[in-house]
Design a protein around this ligand. Sequence first.
Ligand code: NAD
Length: 482
Amino acid sequence: MIKIKNYTNGKLVDTQKSEEIKIYNPSTGKIYATCPESNSIDLNSAIKSAKKAFPGWSNLSYKKRGRFLFDIADLLKKNSNEFAKYESIDNGKPLSLSKKLDIPRAIDNLRFFASIINSNESNAYHMENIGINYTLKQPIGIVGTISPWNLPLYLFTWKIAPALVAGNCVIAKPSEITPMTAYLFSKLCIKVGLPKGVLNILHGQGSVIGSKIVKHKDIKAISFTGGTTTGEEIARECSKTFKKLNLEMGGKNPVLVFDDCNYSKMIKNVIKSSFLNQGQICLAGSRIYVQKKIYKKFKNDFIKSVKKIKTGDPFDDNSDQGAIVSKNHLDKINSYIEIAKNEGCKILIGGKRIKLNSDCENGWFFSPTVIENFNNKSKVNQEEIFDPIVTLNSFDTDKEVVEFANDNSYGLASIIWTQNINRAHRIAHEIKSGIVWINCWLERDLRTPFGGFKKSGYGKEGGVHALDFFTQEKNICIKYYD
Ligand code: NAD
């Protein structure tokens, strides 16, 4: 049994009250680790060390701060097999995916922000014959980062890297469902000699330590990624003290398939945007709208491809899909299958828990599922399920499909498949989401603004947008003459 510890004041420590949370391996359904249920005493001790560290850290040159991130990234690269293994044990995702996506992206996040800090320029505004203004982008102080379970280390580093390199001290809370790689990460910080108190990692439940972090008066900004209901609660709390807040929340992303698309490329990609990481990616395309002329063909070909997806042991090289992250989540999926049936939808394939043999017999596996649904107002078309479930809908005209796509409270990402350049640009312009992919999916340039519209969030991550969030800009005005 692995005992996960908090990381505060440069050391691995037990929680002061020694309360623990059980950590499950989703592919076996068995407990394999425990993590601390941190409390106010742990938080206060982390804050104390962050306060002590802040003057030194914020006055260090950005190059020196970046150097620490480069060193951690190098160590992470060296240990990437171990990190990938534990990401898959903790989350249930295929080892091949942890190796190809999660860990390399965590390394990229660290290196990217360590480099881009060089181009975080301030501004100057000249008032002719009067004087000049210039701005300083200064660190905020102590900031909190809260991340989810679907891309554990990837999203954890996506937040802490810009926060740290901008000169803040961080209190980070990974998901209590997948805390393992953040724990291993704290060991790397110790190895590279990151100054104590600069980064503190507190484990525990969102409703306990997460909520305390959000409320703490010494934490001046919160960067949150997770569900919209949680985000709403955090926004209410932060508004009481005008705490700076960035929210990256849920999605119910439409995929618009036009009859003039590059068909074979589209099918391959739509399979990926539907089911990669068991469909547990906020950017997944979970509502598929297909133009009527090719609807029947698409339906047949798509189902044929779904049949080929192998759900199995995350450690089997042949598995395309692993386990669902928790029993709670599996129950949630099942409840949506019942909802779909009650709404009169047709389950074209899947819709069932999968029982595997051997070590994985008690694991939480679910079959990739396609639901035919022509009612855009139905719950399965409106609510985020966050799993290997997609709905299939049809449409006639451009106008109609844009209305369908926009008729949703979320607005994170959209995916458009067409070869018509005018249509592609016009629809990208009309669609209400923070990210639009045309003839591709999940192509990421870390400099671009990342974030959603409507109930998917506010504020942007990525590149200088993240650095802007983790700094406060001050304008200084100098007059030329008395
Ligand atoms: P969640 O909201 O349940 O939890 C996210 C994090 O918030 C966890 O660390 C949790 O412990 C913490 N938390 C929970 N309650 C809290 C509270 N009251 N105060 C402070 N912290 C609290 O989300 P989840 O189930 O871990 O993740 C899935 C969700 O995340 C999905 O909705 C998905 O779309 C979203 N997501 C969004 C993005 C994005 O970039 N927009 C990326 C990944 C996941």
